[in-house]
Design a binder for this molecule. Structure first.
Ligand SMILES: Nc1ncnc2c1ncn2[C@@H]1O[C@H](COP(=O)(O)OP(=O)(O)OP(=O)(O)O)[C@@H](O)[C@H]1O
Length: 594
């Protein structure tokens, strides 16, 4: 057995394990598929019996059951045909509704599970992957699976049922013909396996290609402003064309294999059919087979063999679905390293005292970014981190929010290690205004109330006021009901910044972190931020990552970061007196540099 076949089969087993909760429904749907198929092949048998009645009349098979009059025999067969059709239709309705709903429910459960898991994944996971590819898994791959469950699973079950049911009839009527009629079947099954082995890597490639295409499409749509400003439309269109072409080629290869499979199967089927047709005919002429039995066999060979042509399509669907299923389950089963430790308590009331003790950190296997960070921020204080770009200021904050885990040392909040309290309680107690503000498609009011769904309009307004955002909001024609566009495109950088401060303030967190944007802040906003900072930092611990030193001259303590270490710390005046890095930065920013 090849590894390719194993991985497809392994994917199916993983899927079955995942779908444990659906097992009863799967069994029920499978039973309906089997019942439908059994009733579906019966009319052929009844036709054969009817021929037997008209040819042999009082000596017919039905006569042997005790009904002498051929007219009554036919009436009985007519009645039975009606019943068979009713049941066939009933089970068809049942299996359709069961499989289709199952497909819907399973794809829904998988999409929601996969999404929920994606939200829990470590940030490191996202650094190595593209958003577009993830979206493709959540959408396109999930749909692929739905397509298979919608029809493919039923097809596979029905083909197997046909082979078994028709086989049983054949062997009971004439084992000799049965052997001949069944010769193509091993060939077809071997062919299906061969096809599946060849197709599996091709479909894996198709999924990969669709993922990269999705990645580029989503990146390009998000970066449309950059594309336009660099006038690189042609260049980007060419890159999309290439990715789309790679997808097309991958599909073309898969199509070439699967299309070749169908004619091969048909030839094998034809051989089986002609053999039954001829051998059965001769046996009937010889008198070793009844006319009715011959009829049943010829009709049934059709019923037996033709559905196998669908097998190629179904195996195709199956391979595509398994390639997708593997991607979804890989995502769902990606381990999460930053999560609640066993017995983690919720961080209830927080004063806001923060300590870093001997903290070291590196991103993955990269060079260390933070070295031996030791600091204590008293509850209610306002502190600032300053330093060259890349010196590790934002990284420090990411550790405090547990976006990453320190390589060594510990971080405490109110004396409790941050990894000993529950993640969401920690993050709920810390307000974070990040450098790149992310606003959601929706109104200004919804964006300020994001994360505080119960906030009243008054509270939203008060938060906007503290962030000095009311002035521009009131000037907008729809005020708080203005839709800001995806990522807040319809607002200026400074306006987005103020909204994100309002959003953090509405949470009323005991610890507030402002990662000040380097750009996007005009002088107005700078002054506004400074005023709001003074207002809002009273009752909480406030940490500011500052690029403009003028915003933090009043801070209780300023830490100057240099290459991942705290090089200097103290109040503004103390640091100036030290005449070190801070003093030099200050001189540059105030234009007093020599
Ligand atoms: N996710 C990441 N993976 C790998 N390296 C990273 C990652 N994020 C940041 N770095 C690296 O870590 C170092 C510190 O980055 P950090 O963002 O903490 O600096 P910063 O002082 O906040 O800079 P800035 O003032 O420009 O915001 C930089 O050298 C940066 O390249």
């Amino acid at each position: 057995m090849t590894t390719a076949a194993q991985t497809s089969f392994a994917a199916l087993l993983r899927l079955m394990r995942y779908a444990r909760g659906f097992r009863r429904r799967i069994v029920l749907a499978s039973i309906c598929s089997v019942m439908n198929k059994l009733f579906d092949v019966m009319p052929e048998i009844l036709i054969g019996i009817a021929i037997d009645v008209v040819v042999r009349q009082k000596a017919s098979f039905v006569a042997e059951l005790g009904i002498a009059d051929p007219k009554w025999q036919l009436a009985l067969l007519g009645g039975l045909t009606l019943v068979v059709w009713v049941f066939e239709s009933l089970f068809e309705y049942l299996y359709l509704i069961l499989w289709r709903n199952l497909a819907q429910d399973l794809q829904h459960a998988m999409r929601v599970d996969a999404y929920e898991h994606v939200q829990r994944l470590d940030l490191t996971y996202f650094e190595d992957r593209s958003t577009g590819n993830l979206v493709t898994i959540l959408n396109d791959d999930v749909n692929q699976l739905e397509r298979f469950l919608d029809g493919g699973a039923n097809n596979l079950i029905q083909v197997a049922t046909t082979v078994l049911a028709v086989g049983a009839v054949f062997f009971s009527v004439s084992p000799q013909i049965a052997l001949i009629a069944f010769t193509p079947i091993p060939l077809i099954v071997v062919g299906a396996f061969y096809f599946q082995r060849r197709a599996q890597p091709l479909y894996a490639e198709v999924r990969e290609r669709v993922g990269s295409l999705g990645a580029r499409l989503s990146a390009n749509v998000s970066g449309i402003t950059t594309i336009k400003s660099f006038a690189t439309e042609d260049f980007e269109a060419e890159r999309i064309r290439q990715d789309s072409n790679a997808y097309l080629e991958a599909n073309r290869k898969a199509i070439a294999i699967s299309s070749a499979f169908i004619p091969v199967i048909r030839m094998a089927i034809l051989a089986g059919f002609v053999a039954t047709f001829l051998l059965g005919g001769w046996m009937t002429l010889n008198g070793t087979l009844h006319v009715g039995a011959y009829g049943v066999l010829v009709f049934l060979t059709q019923r037996l063999l033709w559905p196998l042509t669908n097998l190629a399509e179904t195996v195709d669907l199956y391979e595509r679905a398994m390639a997708s299923s593997r991607r979804i389950l890989d995502l769902i089963e990606t381990p999460v390293s930053i999560r609640n430790t066993a017995g983690a308590n919720a961080l209830d009331k927080v004063d806001g005292r923060i300590e870093f003790r001997k903290v070291d950190f590196a991103y993955g296997d990269d060079a260390p970014v933070l070295h031996d960070i030791n600091l204590t921020i008293d509850a209610g204080n306002t502190v600032a981190f300053v330093g060259q770009t890349g010196s590790g200021k934002s990284t420090l904050i990411k550790l405090l929010l547990r976006f990453y885990t320190a390589a060594s040392g510990e971080i405490l909040i109110d004396g409790q290690r941050i990894d000993s309290v529950s993640l969401d309680s920690l993050r709920r107690r810390v307000g974070f205004v990040s450098q790149d503000v992310f606003l959601f498609q929706g109104t200004i009011r919804e964006n300020i109330a994001y994360g505080s769904p119960d906030a009243t309009f008054e509270a939203v307004r008060a938060a906007a006021e503290s962030a000095e955002a009311t002035e521009f909001i009131d000037r907008l024609p729809q005020g708080y009901d203005t839709v800001v566009g995806e990522r807040g495109q319809k607002l200026s950088g400074g306006q987005r910044q103020r909204l994100s401060i309002a959003r953090a303030l509405l949470k009323n967190p005991p610890v507030l972190i402002l990662d000040e944007a380097t750009s996007a802040v005009d002088n107005d906003t700078e002054a506004a931020i400074q005023r709001s900072l003074q207002r809002i930092s009273h009752s909480r611990t406030t940490i500011v990552i500052a690029h403009r030193l003028s915003t933090i001259v009043r801070a209780d303590c300023i830490y100057v970061m240099d290459k991942g270490r705290i090089a200097e710390s103290g109040r503004h005046t103390e640091l100036l007196a030290m005449n070190g890095i801070y003093a030099a930065l200050w001189a540059v920013q105030t234009g007093q540099a020599a």
